[in-house]
Design a protein around this ligand. Structure first.
Ligand SMILES: *Cc1c(COP(=O)(O)O)cnc(C)c1O
Length: 400
């Protein structure tokens, strides 16, 4: 162990030290090279060290890193303009992470009601298997017991519902205390579960009738991951009132944002929220460069095609390795494979075969490659996964 004792022991870290990255490839300090289908958990969407992002970062680093939000920041205004032009939203607030974007989304929703004299409307309705980050509000919103345990009493005003329990959802939305429904259009950590357009449309309709806001958590599924700039764009008409985005926004530079309609953000006035670092010039320079690349229809088209290539290859693997893999789910390049064997062990086996994959709920492994992955690299990832499945099958046969 080298220095681990000086770190708070909150992570279960794999024994892998990365020295440098290039595109979809990671070079470890021991010389081994890995095909990266983790991408910093859906963050390095443009691959590692994309030349345009490197140039934007270097240029800005020599001009200006940081000024306070008490001054105008032109690049922030530009990125807000681009994001709102490309979405349902009218306004943006910039943060440094996904969980901060969620925090802002929840505060925006509650303040919307408070500003209209409905301060009793505080309930944030979330779903089992969701993940919204690790701030106190975010863990209360997801309701995951493992993330709440030992952190004192649960906060009031958070409700969780099973995604399949429509009756409970209807009741929660009808409650006089309901403020907003918070949902990931494609659940990430929960195991790449994509909600149908019909489900999202029904939710939107129910919420609109009840005066309840819809918040989409697109921290993982947004910014091109599903082959559309935002995942809910697969469901025209299902646009939320508020949306949190982050992960891929800066291609690895920490940026988050809360987007909202002008109406939904009507309670967010001077003094009601703020941040020191959020939206600083360095982050915005990278964010602008990343946005132009990620919003390019050619790249989104490519991501869709690579997603289909993966899905069809994985479908064949599930048939060939029915004892190892059970099914394939997800959307675009947010892909989950539900396993019949332990997913943590499979992550290690895949790593031994030069392929990095993420874990996920429901005993899934998740494949979240950079959106720039090529045909050849998709096929290489599928080959490596097939090899890992075969090795697992051999190991199980030997153990039997
Ligand atoms: C990662 C994630 C978050 C939290 O983002 P952080 O940057 O880790 O705070 C929130 N929601 C979803 C859906 C995520 O995948």
């Amino acid at each position: 162990m080298s220095g681990n004792e000086a770190l708070m022991g909150v992570y279960n870290r794999a024994p892998l030290e990365v020295d440098r990255g290039e595109g979809v490839w990671l070079h470890a300090t021991d010389g081994r090279v890995y095909l990266d289908c983790v991408s910093g958990i859906a963050t390095n969407a443009l691959g590692h060290c994309h030349p345009r992002l490197v140039a934007a970062l270097k240029d800005q680093a020599e001009k200006l890193w940081h000024v306070s939000n008490i001054f105008r920041i032109p690049a922030q205004e530009q990125l807000a303009h681009k994001l709102t032009q490309a979405s349902f939203a009218d306004v943006a607030f910039f943060a440094n992470s996904g969980t901060e974007a969620i925090e802002c989304a929840i505060k925006t929703a509650r303040r919307y009601h408070a500003a209209r004299g409905d301060g009793h409307r505080i309930d944030v309705i979330g779903f089992a298997g969701s993940f919204h980050g690790r701030t106190y509000a975010a863990v209360n919103a997801s309701g995951n017991a493992a993330y709440l345990d030992g952190f004192g009493p649960r906060l009031p005003g958070y409700v969780q519902i099973d995604l399949d329990d429509e009756a409970a959802l209807v009741a929660a939305i009808a409650a006089p205390t309901a403020a907003a429904v918070l949902v990931e259009p494609v659940q990430g950590e929960g195991g790449a579960r994509a909600l149908s357009p019909e489900w999202l449309l029904r939710l939107k309709d129910m919420c609109r009738k009840a005066g309840v806001l819809v918040i989409h958590d697109e921290v993982q599924c947004g910014m091109g991951r599903t082959g559309r700039l935002f995942a809910h764009q697969w469901a025209p008409g299902a646009e939320p009132d508020i949306m949190a985005i982050a992960k891929a926004m800066g291609g690895g530079f920490p940026i988050g944002a809360c987007l909202a309609t002008r109406d939904a953000a009507s309670g967010m006035v001077v003094g009601s929220h703020g941040t020191t670092f959020g939206g600083n010039p360095l982050a915005m320079a990278v964010g602008l460069a990343a946005f132009d690349l990620l919003a390019d229809p050619t790249l989104l088209d490519h991501a869709r095609q690579m997603g289909e290539r993966f899905m069809s290859g994985l479908g064949k693997l599930v048939v060939a390795f029915g004892d190892i893999a059970l099914d394939v789910r997800g959307k675009g390049l947010l892909i989950g494979v539900k396993l019949a064997v332990n997913n943590r062990e499979m992550m290690a086996t895949a790593r031994d075969h030069g392929l990095l994959v993420a874990g996920g709920g429901d005993n899934c492994i998740r494949l979240l490659p950079p959106l720039i992955i090529t045909d050849k690299e998709v096929d290489e990832a599928l080959d490596r996964l097939a090899t890992a499945f075969a090795a697992t099958r051999r190991r199980l046969a030997q153990a039997a």
